[in-house]
Design a protein around this ligand. Structure first.
Ligand code: PMM
Length: 394
């Protein structure tokens, strides 16, 4: 007899074991997904639902931990087990009647796990997510947090963008307003004057597709008119109520990022009891709002907003628990590049954080992120080439 431990942090080991024993690719994938450990946190349930879950757990062999939230917030339950064991709870015909309320949300989580999105529809194109999508940063701001001042001239910014594309960036993100904590707001006219000539120049050079990093509808409209294909909004479409409509009408791709408050107020709002589920819930509400505003689901990417209304500790937890964001079912982008929490871990100053960025990108890939907004495309690309090679199914 031979007894071997298999890796369980992804489905790949089980899939490989089954494939090696003659299973077809599709059934091997579904079996591997089914065997994988699955843990769900269920909040705001009634006492009857809590009791029904405990009873169901005893019968089905899943682990169920429960408690009371207090303050009238209802009870909570943590349910853990193989996904295939928990899956019947998502089916009305199999789940106990008392737990019917659970089925839709649980069904969505299970479906997103089994079939994560494999492409992102942007304006006039489709980006495959089977490989990492590197988003190259072009900050055209005199006061940006990490590369401020270097790209002040239009020609320098265009040249820089062309270089990023040549090094493997599949999207170029042009921004004209710094979102540093406490940065001064930029008037609309000034922001347009910064980003539009750069976008036009990049389009002329055939570099792109291009994304515009803005919170403002007027800037987005001007950028889309100049040829941008994506709107990247750090306010998650909260800052300007017209931005969603502009993006929807242009059929642009949209990156909906999580933050609280504004860059001026966000640091005081970095208060979470458990950061990943709270960011996931707030991000889900923003993405649903975007969909209600007419942006097609397949055009939406979500981003947990590292460094925005988060302390270093929150950012580390969020990176580790990124799967909670991925489970929302939208493609996930991360903006880790040169951020302060990388300095907190490595002791490196902002101009020397590209190696830490590359490592963080690799960790994020493994946890399910597919898009990576970075300054140093070459280093990130190398790290992601390695990370994606290790998770590639054989
Ligand atoms: N971070 C910054 C600016 N824009 N957009 C997205 N989607 N995600 C981010 O994390 C993000 C962003 C701030 O960083 P920078 O000043 O280095 O550009």
């Amino acid at each position: 007899m031979n007894v071997t431990a298999l890796a369980a942090h992804t489905p790949e080991a089980v899939r490989a074991a089954l494939a090696a024993r003659g299973w077809e690719a599709q059934p091997a994938w579904f079996a591997a997904i089914g065997i994988q450990p699955f843990v769900v946190l269920i909040e705001d349930i009634t006492e009857a639902e809590r009791e029904a879950l405990v009873h169901w757990g005893t019968k089905s062999g899943a682990d169920v931990l429960t408690g009371d939230s207090g303050l009238g917030a209802g009870a909570w339950a943590l349910v853990a087990g193989a996904a295939s064991r928990i899956a019947p709870l998502a089916r009305y015909d199999r789940a106990p009647a008392e737990l019917a309320r659970l089925a839709p949300a649980l069904g969505r989580l299970l479906a997103a796990r089994a079939e994560p999105p494999r492409s992102w529809a942007i304006r006039g194109a489709e980006l495959s997510l089977d490989q990492p999508v590197i988003i190259g940063i072009i900050n055209v701001t005199p006061d940006s947090f990490s590369d401020g001042g270097h790209l002040a001239s239009v020609d320098a910014a265009i040249e820089h963008g062309a270089q990023l594309a040549a090094h493997g960036a599949r999207l170029l993100d042009v921004g004209g307003e710094s979102t540093r904590p406490g940065a001064a707001p930029v008037p609309v006219k000034e922001e347009i004057a910064r980003v539009v000539p750069v976008i036009e120049g990049l389009v002329q050079r055939g570099a792109g597709p291009i994304s515009v990093d803005t919170r403002k509808a007027e800037v987005a409209r001007a950028a889309l008119d100049a040829g941008a294909a994506v709107v990247n909004d750090v306010s998650g479409l909260r800052f300007d109520p017209d931005l969603g409509g502009v993006a929807a009408q242009a059929e642009a791709g949209v990156i909906v990022m999580h933050m609280r408050g504004t860059p001026a107020t966000m640091d005081d709002l970095a208060k979470y009891a458990h950061v990943a589920p709270e960011v996931a819930a707030e991000l889900a509400a923003l993405a649903e709002q975007a969909e209600r505003g007419g942006i097609a689901r397949e055009r939406i990417v979500v981003d947990p907003g590292f460094g925005f209304a988060k302390t270093a500790t929150h950012n580390f937890r969020l990176l580790d628990e990124l799967a909670t964001i991925v489970a929302l079912g939208y493609p996930v982008a991360v903006g880790l590049s040169r951020k302060r929490f990388l300095g907190a871990a490595t002791g490196r100053p902002v101009e020397d954080r590209d190696r830490a960025t590359a490592v963080a990108c690799a960790l994020a890939w493994e946890r399910g992120a597919r898009l990576f907004r970075v300054h140093d495309v070459t280093l990130a690309r190398e790290a992601l080439a390695l990370a994606s090679a290790t998770t590639k199914p054989t």
